[in-house]
Write a protein of this length. Structure first.
Length: 525
């Protein structure tokens, strides 16, 4: 209301011809430009702009992902490149801050990674005992993409196995205000916040609002459970994972939100063109008669109800003019054949659809070629530039997901393992951030030209601008495992007397002398 009143005052000042400084200094804020006159969005808070529309955005995003192949493919592309076959833990304790040496850090990290892999690869991580860490991570990311957020609980269930820490994922739809209570300054769409905007507790509905069976079975109405964000001693209890676009935002929005109108209109346009093409393929020609029905009725005594007229109509309906190539086609007496020449699909159909898909690709942070899995219209340089841009987005998304999901889960497991005596970490609570330092290795980037890119990796390492750890991480590999495997293979080859042959086969030309002869470098045994 205040903004609308200011707009009216500004229009009046501009109409009086007063100096320009009383009008809009920016063309984008002009109120007298006819192209901008009807564009008056409301400036609301992050929650006021999002929460009233959130349910509609989520429902439409899910429907689009279910029924649109391109939307489903875009979601799958994000999953495959951000999570892929899983996130691999690489421990990097700050041994200097802990007063330790490098040997201790390597030994400690090796044990931690081994214990973590055993737990994360089993279903002991899941309260429902059905998912491992990789499956849960993919489900978390899929929920963020389609729902705008993911919700999970950290449970303590010692009766289920050796490890009491368990994760339970929850559909974000169940996060809501109890008994339909309205939002206020301390309660936002199921989240209690303090005076600084931090989440202190979450209200979780015990049944899904769309599960009519579960709701109907509760005769006293549905119930909500208040879950504190942390325990009194600081252990995390709730994971609420979403991408904050504005300060003070309480809930997340689906990644498809910005391109929902384009997807919807494109769906309708493609369906209309497809139906037109089907109709065009079914209709080859029209057979029309020059006589109207009243004129035909007069031939039979002007009585449409006479048996003769009805018999003629029946014969006329049953008569079929066969359409065959190179044939003389007899038609019913008095009829004539009119060819059907359709003008659809439109000639600009492909270019128009391509333009819309390029717009959608930008909104989804994907190159057009990757969105449609079509590299037939691009060259090597363009494809590489597009994939590098995509890889930059995937890396940042993986780091974001690791910070909000993978690392907090690892912290809960590590705390329990230390308290259980499985891991030696003196002064853990005083030096938690030093023990917790780690990174997560995601799926490999892959190669467009393996020879060129392998040579480039070797040049980077020889030039000191990269390491074997970095190069292996780019391909989703652990450099220590790579070296250990190579050493093991070399030992087996040496024991079988194959090492000399392997070394000879690995000789490669590296230089040319003054006489033009290639000089060879041997791989050391």
């Amino acid at each position: 209301m205040k903004q609308a009143l200011l707009n009216v005052i500004r229009r009046g000042l501009q109409a009086t011809g007063l100096p320009k400084f009383l009008g809009a200094a920016h063309a984008g804020a002009s109120l007298d430009d006819k192209a901008m006159l009807s564009w008056n969005p409301v400036k609301g808070s992050p929650d006021a702009d999002l929460l009233p529309d959130l349910d509609t955005l989520v429902a439409r995003s899910r429907d689009l992902a279910r029924n649109n192949g391109v939307a489903q493919g875009a979601v799958q592309t994000h999953l495959d490149n951000i999570v892929g076959t899983g996130l691999r833990l690489s421990c990097l304790p700050d041994y200097r801050a802990l007063g330790k040496d490098k040997d201790w850090a390597e030994e400690w990290s090796t044990r931690i990674e081994s214990l973590w892999q055993a737990w994360a690869n089993s279903t002991n991580i899941d309260a429902g005992n059905s998912l491992n860490f990789w499956m849960m991570t993919r489900l978390v990311l899929r929920s963020v993409l389609l729902n705008g957020e993911a919700l999970g609980l950290a449970l303590w269930l010692p009766s289920l196995g050796r490890t009491a820490t368990r994760m339970q994922l929850i559909e974000p739809d169940r996060l809501s205000n109890p008994t339909g209570r309205l939002d206020n300054e301390r309660l936002r769409s199921g989240i209690e916040i303090d005076e600084r905007g931090g989440a202190t507790a979450y209200w979780i509905r015990k049944t899904h609002p769309g599960d009519w069976y579960g709701t109907m079975m509760r005769f006293g109405g549905d119930e909500w459970e208040r879950v504190p964000a942390f325990t009194p001693w600081g252990r995390r209890r709730v994971f609420h994972i979403f991408d904050r676009e504005r300060v003070g935002q309480s809930r997340g929005k689906p990644i498809l939100s910005a391109v929902l109108p384009q997807f919807r209109m494109l769906d309708r346009y493609q369906s209309a063109e497809l139906q037109a093409a089907i109709v065009n393929a079914m209709i080859a020609a029209f057979i029309e008669t020059p006589m109207e029905q009243t004129a035909v009725a007069e031939l039979f005594g002007a009585d449409p109800n006479s048996e003769q007229f009805k018999s003629w109509l029946q014969q006329r309906r049953e008569y079929v003019a066969p359409l065959r190539g190179g044939a003389i086609i007899p038609i019913y007496p008095g009829d004539k054949l009119q060819p059907f020449t359709p003008g659809r699909p439109a000639n600009a159909f492909d270019s128009f659809v391509t333009g819309i898909f390029r717009h959608i690709a930008v909104g989804l942070n994907l190159p057009y070629e990757l969105l449609l899995k079509d590299f037939s219209k691009t060259n090597y340089s363009s494809a590489r530039a597009a994939l590098l841009e995509a890889w930059r987005f995937f890396n940042s998304s993986r780091q974001w997901l690791s910070s909000l999901w993978a690392t907090p889960v690892y912290e809960l497991w590590l705390e329990e393992s230390i308290n259980a005596g499985l891991i030696d970490a003196p002064g853990f609570y005083e030096n938690r951030e030093f023990y917790m330092r780690c990174k997560w290795i995601g799926p490999g980037r892959g190669w467009i030209d393996p020879v060129k890119e392998a040579q480039a990796a070797e040049i980077r390492m020889d030039g000191g601008i990269s390491t074997l750890e970095d190069e292996c991480a780019d391909q989703g590999r652990d450099w220590v495992e790579v070296l250990e495997q190579r050493a093991r293979e070399r030992e087996v080859m040496r024991s079988l007397g194959l090492l000399d042959a392997a070394v000879r086969s690995s000789q490669r030309p590296v230089a040319v002398d003054q006489a033009g002869n290639q000089q060879e470098e041997r791989v050391p045994a």
